[in-house]
Design a protein around this ligand. Structure first.
Ligand code: BEZ
Ligand code: FE
Length: 295
């Protein structure tokens, strides 16, 4: 190892310490990370105070992170890295439904529900009836597809953000299964636009940049079927003011859907609803699994 390193020689020196990585991809990632980090410091003439501030910031990101509050993922989201990684890797083909971010509010261990179930679990709000059909690339309906869905309540809060109020009960989320005709359907309550969490270090960035923290109204879906690429996606309300100002850059035009308002009357499931309600209907198309790709 050399000593007396200079601004011009230190980068190669640090990169060379990764030559011993047994895994070629690990070596590549660290060598390139060092290159970009060092270039960033040189090009911006990063000061010692700024470096201290960055270390303090990352420390605090770690301190607020818990199993249900992932501030590192949020940092990646608001810097556009999460969507960039999705854009680099998720190519479902021209006829398949586009993917977008998973977000931090998916919960493994969500309850299974039969089609037609009311998944709101008693949370008050405007009734919403969601129906979907899942097709393969040839347009044939796919039965037995597992459909995870989750969304906020009418005040923009997910169940995991109000565990006190809900007593830890899951609400506005479920795992459904498509029938032989590729269909799934459920009742819930209409979600609402909401801000990403701004009470932590990421909020400081948003305020410093005078950026909107809002996400447009949406419903999350994660579709899994043997032999097909898993699809993580969202449907966004067409007339939402925040569609073009999403704090995490995840909106795609192809995923904008009509959340159709109805007066009181007969709902799609045949029940009489004595108050205004909404319906959302969408066709999802999956692409075949790519050999060697992570399931
Ligand atoms: C979400 O849609 O649930 C979400 C995505 C990224 C950051 C915060 C929330
Ligand atoms: Fe969300």
């Amino acid at each position: 190892m050399s000593i007396d390193l200079t601004e011009d020689t230190i980068t190669k020196e640090v990169q060379s310490t990764f030559e011993g990585c047994r895994d070629g991809r690990t070596r590549e990632l660290f060598v390139e990370l060092v290159r970009h980090l060092h270039d960033f410091a040189r090009e911006t003439r990063l000061t010692g105070d700024e470096w201290f501030a960055a270390m303090d910031f990352l420390t605090r990101v770690g301190q607020v992170t818990t199993p249900t509050r992932q501030e590192y993922v949020l940092l990646s989201d608001i810097l556009g890295l999460s969507v960039l990684v999705d854009l680099i890797n998720e190519h479902h083909g021209p006829h398949a439904t586009d993917s977008t971010l998973l977000g931090p509010f998916f919960v493994d261990g969500r309850p299974s529900a039969p089609n037609g179930a009311d998944i709101s679990c008693g949370v008050p709000g405007t009734p919403m009836f969601v129906s979907g059909r899942v097709l393969g690339p040839d347009g044939a309906p796919l039965g037995g597809v597992k459909v995870d869905t989750w969304h906020s309540d009418g005040e923009g809060h997910y169940d995991v953000q109000q565990e006190d109020r809900l007593d830890g009960r899951p609400a506005m989320r479920a795992l459904l299964t498509t029938d032989d005709d590729g269909r799934f359907w459920y009742r819930s309550i209409a979600p609402r636009y909401y801000p990403v969490p701004v009470d932590g270090p990421c909020g400081e960035i948003m305020r410093a940049a005078d950026r909107s923290a809002m996400r447009p109204e949406h419903i999350h879906f994660w579709l899994h079927a043997d032999g097909y690429q898993p699809l993580i996606t969202m449907l966004f309300r067409r007339d939402d003011d925040y569609l073009e100002h999403d704090a995490v850059f995840a909106v795609k035009r192809s995923l904008v859907a009509d959340f159709v308002p109805h007066g009181p009357g007969t709902a799609p499931d045949g029940t009489e609803v004595g108050e205004p309600f909404q319906t959302v209907d969408w066709t999802f198309t999956l692409s075949p699994a790519t050999p060697g790709r992570r399931p």
